[in-house]
Design a protein around this ligand. Sequence first.
Ligand SMILES: [Zn+2]
Length: 105
Amino acid sequence: MTQPLQPSAIQKIGAELAIAWNDGSESYLSLEFLRRHCPCAACGGEPDVLGQVALPAVTYNDRSFDLTSWQMVGGYAIQPSWGDGHSTGLFSYPYLRRLERMAKS
Ligand SMILES: [Zn+2]
């Protein structure tokens, strides 16, 4: 039986979030990249009943990419709190891995 993917350690290093996973791999994600891919309804938009996503206008300020803290949520996601007060985005572990692949390509 394979273990579900879980971070074994999370650390903020400069302008990056470093995540050590329980499969032995590590992810380094730029904080700005993370924030720009915040999956919450206010930032990313949610599909309507027709599956169309209306992208909201998101404004950032100089504190928006400053990660002040984060929480683990329900064993499946990380909920970051940003310097501008935004904290409604839930980054699931598979989403974080996908973002890392996106950032590298
Ligand atoms: Zn958001």
